[in-house]
Design a protein around this ligand. Structure first.
Ligand SMILES: [Zn+2]
Length: 208
């Protein structure tokens, strides 16, 4: 099963791949062309469009997972979300627009696409037992700058520094991802993680 991951670093992509494997309860491997990296937020539209088109044009790729940090952006609202600057709404629009431009896929091949946004950062999912005050319910009461401050605190708690190296991040995340209670993440992050989990659970490629 080949699934491409678009994340903000190779460390994030590795942790997300493992987290998705745990949700799906099966191994997923990278696609032939490798994963995608969203290194700069203003340029994300182009990266998402390119990832989608390349994944679509590679019939051996079964799925695409798009996962980024929310940082200080507002948490998506299930009902009446204002859209911009919500990142989940932005991705949904980008996917819709990009899919209008692609050619037909070969018969019997599907590309499943799922989006996840970690508020304020992926460390809040992987730190869920230690940082209960970074739940979405709590974050929704804060402004963007306070959310970013919580992101910094989460990094210090997990890596011992606000600016970890890629290796430190990968080691720290992989140490947590195996044992983390997925139900607990969803309880505290029903929007950002809930969107990812329900999307993955809806993937039909695994149907008999
Ligand atoms: Zn939204």
């Amino acid at each position: 099963m080949k699934v491409a991951v678009l994340a903000e670093s190779s460390a994030d992509a590795r942790a997300i791949r493992r987290l998705c494997s745990r949700v799906l309860n099966r191994e997923i491997s990278p696609p032939d062309g490798g994963d995608f990296e969203a290194t700069s937020w203003p340029g994300i539209s182009k990266v998402v469009a390119a990832a989608l088109v390349r994944s679509w044009d590679t019939p051996t790729t079964n799925g695409l997972v798009i996962q980024v940090d929310g940082n200080g952006s507002p948490i998506h609202r299930i009902k009446d979300c204002p859209g911009d600057p919500c990142r989940i709404c932005k991705f949904r629009r980008l996917i819709q627009v990009s899919l209008q431009k692609v050619k037909t896929r070969p018969r019997n091949t599907r590309l499943e696409i799922v989006v996840g946004v970690a508020y304020p950062a992926i460390e809040s999912w992987l730190n869920v037992d230690r940082q209960p005050d970074s739940s979405e319910q709590r974050l929704a009461e804060l402004d963007g700058s306070h959310m970013v401050a919580i992101k910094r605190r989460l990094k210090v708690e997990m890596y011992g520094t606000e600016s970890p190296t890629l290796e430190e991040m990968s080691r720290g995340m992989m140490a947590r991802v195996e044992g983390i209670d997925l139900r607990r993440i969803e309880m505290r992050h029903p929007i950002g993680f809930g969107e990812l989990r329900s999307g993955l659970n809806g993937w039909t490629m695994f149907d008999p």
